[in-house]
Structures are given as C-alpha cells and as structure tokens.
Write a protein that binds this ligand. Sequence first.
Ligand code: SF4
Ligand code: SF4
Length: 431
Amino acid sequence: MKGERTFREKGGFEMDISMKAGAEKKPFKFIDIPDIVTICLQQHIGKPNHPIVKEGDMVKTGQKIGDAKCRMVVPIHSSVTGYVEDLKEVYNPVLNRKEKAVIIRRDGNDEMKYLPEYDLDRRKEIVKMVKEAGIVGLGGAAFPTHVKLSSQGIKKLVINAKESDPNLVCDVRLMIDKPAEIVKGIKLMARSLDTDEIIFATRTEEGQIPELERIMKEHGIKVVRVRPSYSVGAEKLLIKEMFGIEVPSGKFPPDVGVVVNNVSTAYAVYRAAYKKEPLLSRGASFYSDLTGIENIWFRNGTSIRQVIEGLGLDIDRFDRIVIGSLMMGWSVGSSDAPLLKYSAGVTALTPEYSKPYEKQLPCIRCGYCDLVCPVDIYPSLIMKAEKADDVKALKRYNVLDCIECSLCSYVCPSQIKLTKHLWQGKNKVNK
Ligand code: SF4
Ligand code: SF4
C-alpha cells in the first residue's frame, strides 16, 4: 500500500486513490468532547430502539439510553456525562429518514458506567457482552456484531482490514497504534464462533506494520494480502477473491461458513471485554480538498461542525458535507448532523469540488456502468425499472445484490447518479 496511487476495477477501470498514500502515518487527533451531543437512537441495521431515559434525567458516560427486546437490536449508550436536554427527531443517514435522538448536555464530568463482568470463556457470554456494549460493524455497514458472532457452523473468521475507500485510512492507523488490543478482540470473536481459522485480509505490505505481523504470527492468524481493488473490500467479494467461494444472491457469508468482521470492530470488542467500555467513540478519517486526509477520534453524537471546527477549519469554506467516504458516503444538508457509530469518515468539499453531478445528461447506453459493476448486475436497467416503479423488474435484475459502491455513478459519462436509483430500488423491494 506504500505509495499506492490507483485501484484496478472490473473492466480494467482505474480509480485514483493518490490522496490516501502515506496518510496512515498521521496520528489520530482527538476531537474535544462536545458540550452537547445528539445521539440517534438507532445506529444499526435492524429493529428500532426505544428511549429508556426522559428529559431531565442525569446520565453517565456509557449508560444505556435506548434498547428494545429483540435480537436485531443493538442498544445505544450516552457518550458523555450530563443531563437529557431533549428527545427530538433528527435526520439519521443510516435510515435516510428522520428519527428520534437523545440530546445530552454535558455537566463537565466524565463519570463512567462500566459494563458488567462476563465470563469470556463462554461463547454465549461473549455474544451477550458484544450486544450489551452496542457494537455494530464499524466498516460502515452497521450490522449488529452479536448477530454475526452467534452464527453456527462457521469454519473461517475473516478480519476485513482492506479499507478500500479512496479517502479512508483510519483502520490502518488503528492497526499501527493498537496491534495487541486488536488481536485480543479478534481472538474473542473467534472463540464466540468456535473457530481457530482466522484470516486477516489486508492490503498493507509485508513489513509495513511489523508489530501487528509479529503478534498475528504468535497467535496463528494467517495474513492474506489482498489485491488493491476498491470493490474487493465488500465482504462477499472479499470471500470470492480469497477462497473462490461465491455467496449466492440472497444469502450471507455465514451461509457458506464464513464470518467477516471489520478490524475496528475487533478493537471495539477488545475495549468492551478488557476495559468494560461500551462503544462510545471511534477512529475515522476526515478528508477535505483543503487538508487532505486527517485521522480523528470522536465521541458518538459529535456533530460534523464540531469535528471541522475542532480541526481548526472554517466551516463556511465547505459547500458539501458527506458522512462517510467519497464513494460510499451520504451528503447531509446540515453540518449540525451528528456522527454515528458506523461513521468511518467525514468528507467536506469546497465549492470547487462539491457538485460532481451538476450537469446530468441523458443516458447514452454506453454500457460503462454495467461493465464496471463488481457484482454483475445492470445498473442502467435497474435505473429504468426504478424510475418506472417496476418492483417485479427490480427483483428480476437482482437489485438487492447492489453493494452501493458507486462505481457505476463514478464512470458514467452522463454524470447520472445511478447509485441513488439503486438505493431507491432496494428500498422499493424491501418495502
Ligand atoms: S453501486 Fe451497485 S449497481 Fe452500481 S456498480 Fe456498485 S454494486 Fe453495481
Ligand atoms: S454509464 Fe451512464 S450513460 Fe452509460 S449506460 Fe450507464 S447510465 Fe447510461
């Protein structure tokens, strides 16, 4: 990865990732704990949480503030100590709709409510701890980690350290900073799945992070260096690349005996197990065309404004703010939008770079979008079906296989936002 400048995609298309080269050397900048945090109640894929606090309640850092009795639920915790100022609706980019959030004002302390003791020798207890700690997939998917870790019949645990997005390097930075802790988290994940076969998938070069490599070797973790390609970071594609196994449409990695977890998620498991800390903060990469990449560490519920100003930047210089990476992120209308557990990146663009799809033209049927799609679906046909509200056709074209990588939009000479149609198409099928 040292000096890496491009990724080669399906169809021979090359993607510029020069902004990433060497950025993993930048240490995390800790964003000050804000005076006020906005914590969305649902920060996972699954069923909603219900608030378990009310206006005026005092809460400690790490105290649970939302939960529900359901397997597909991940509880949510306060990331600061203070009192509940309000419960109100805010825009939640995971759900792409307004949703209830708890607004907490700090009282100046940072008093911690720790997780209880768990018997880490018992598989079920590890899963229970991971759920109680509010851990979700930190690579950006926000899938409940305890659900993955309770899969049965798993042969292989893959740790995804591929970090393919062109402006994210926070996972690699964490690998440099916390190698022993990451490995402890990985070992617990493997124990919960009852497998000894652990594969660490990375695009770092041999010798680049010697301490991590040494500890991995000591623990029998196999390191696989994956070809530099953006789309290969998606879990189904990673499995195909490494093992030649195709996860069928409509199925998931555990159906072929594999569980894939992100490397930052492994670190969150370590903190829950050995520090008794729920998921309250995380590392991410900030990118702007003014600064390049910076690595940041923030508390859940910190706003984008607080991050940008915390980095000493003038918020008014930016015209477009994206939660997430350049390729997979979501534009948000307001810099007061809060960051969530799964926010691996923040992207801020000045007016010069902020409107890539401004001059949208009609489709010329060039087929580039179909050629580059890594999951072999037909974005141009899906766009047509989505516009026509043809749910039958959307299903026939396997819209649910879309991994929302945005490569189709990226290559389109007519600057059509195809990913938006794919995303809307998925929603129409899932209704
Ligand atoms: S966003 Fe979906 S349709 Fe477009 S290239 Fe990626 S996987 Fe294919
Ligand atoms: S790349 Fe754009 S112009 Fe070409 S077929 Fe796809 S949607 Fe149409």
